[in-house]
Design a protein around this ligand. Structure first.
Ligand SMILES: Nc1nc2c(c(=O)[nH]1)N[C@H]1C(S)=C(S)[C@@H](COP(=O)(O)O)O[C@H]1N2
Ligand SMILES: [Mo]
Length: 318
């Protein structure tokens, strides 16, 4: 495999990155706040990471969801990330390796008949785990294809029984200041919360990975537990989820709070609706020099287009 210390596209990409623009502008106001004493960090992390991560149980690939693209090289997918809790560059993987993956508790609250806390290993025991190869399309117009291991979000819904009035689901990322230097960037509306409607959560594509490439999910990619909505821009897919709340009010979501005109609540993928600052017509395949046309709903329309037929007045595509 070709190994380079820096990818040629990294710099141009980060210059057009919306997130990075916001960051750079504000960073000048708060310069200095971003430096953390790395010695203190690593000694804390050594302590926090004492518990071992068990291997995933045996499971099989679900062939219903065909990738129609080559799987992205594992090294690309695990080292080119967006994870602002660790900073705004794509190269956060090493820092994110400090994420304390065990023990990990997920709190489920709000409008459910059975609110409770789960240990992540308990969820892995309780729910049917499978592998799904999904395409992931970032709003910045790069894409990768990933074999995720995890469970269908609807299985979790069955476990906690949403109440009839629950209309939305909010996914909150853990805030761990000792290992997440990005949290010091106090102009961001931490904690990271993303959300969807209850119908979207119940859709068979909505998935909760606990692994990728057959291994437990590492911190860089949102381990130990995240969500993915493959028909929506990647920023909707919250990482390292610690709390899931069922509610009757549309959650205030992270990027929507930062820049509502550019990052809507729905963020469904549509090549014909440009981002205000660039086209969404095509995408760059991570780890290659290829650019390919973007597809409506990232090519998953057969599964999800029915979710939106009565919502024409909403801004479904940004
Ligand atoms: N908590 C949290 N979740 C997040 C992000 C983030 O910064 N923080 N970035 C999002 C964005 S913009 C994308 S494209 C995907 C990237 O996931 P990956 O790094 O596993 O490719 O995670 C999403 N989930
Ligand atoms: Mo993204």
């Amino acid at each position: 495999m070709l190994i380079r210390s820096r990818r040629g596209y990294e710099l141009p990409e980060s210059q057009v990155t919306p997130e990075a623009l916001v960051l750079n502008r504000r960073a000048m106001l708060g310069a200095g706040a971003m430096l953390l004493p790395s010695v203190a960090l690593s000694s804390h992390a050594a302590h926090a990471q004492a518990a071992a991560v068990p291997a995933l149980p045996e499971h099989q690939r679900n062939l219903r969801f065909r990738p129609e693209r080559d799987i992205t090289a594992e090294r690309e997918a695990t080292t080119y990330n967006n994870f602002y809790e660790f900073g705004s560059s794509k190269s956060i993987a090493r820092d994110a390796a400090r994420m304390p993956l065990r023990p990990w508790t997920i709190k489920i609250d709000g409008m459910v008949a059975r609110p409770r806390e789960f240990d992540v290993d308990e969820l892995i025991r309780l729910l049917p785990i499978e592998e799904r190869v999904y395409r992931l399309r970032c709003v910045e117009a790069w894409a990768m294809t990933v074999p995720w291991s995890g469970f269908q979000l609807s299985e979790l819904l069955k476990l906690v029984e949403p109440q009839a009035g629950a209309r939305y689901v909010a996914f909150q990322t853990a805030t761990l200041p000792a290992v997440m230097p990005g949290l010091r960037q106090s102009w961001y509306p931490w904690p990271h919360v993303e959300g969807c409607t209850i119908e979207e959560a119940a859709n068979e594509l909505a998935f909760m990975p606990v692994g990728m490439y057959g291994k437990p999910l590492q911190g860089s990619n949102g381990g130990p537990f995240r969500v993915v909505f493959p028909w929506k821009y990647g920023f909707k897919s919250g990482k390292s989820v610690a709390r899931i709340t069922f509610t009757d009010r549309r959650p205030d979501t992270f990027w929507n709070k930062i820049q509502p005109s550019e990052y809507g609540f729905w963020a469904n993928i549509n090549p014909e609706v440009p981002h205000p600052r660039w086209s969404q017509a095509s995408e760059r395949i991570l780890g290659t020099s290829e650019r390919v046309p973007t597809r409506l709903f990232n090519g998953y329309g057969e599964f999800v287009s029915g979710l939106y037929t009565n919502l024409q007045r909403e801004r479904l595509w940004t």
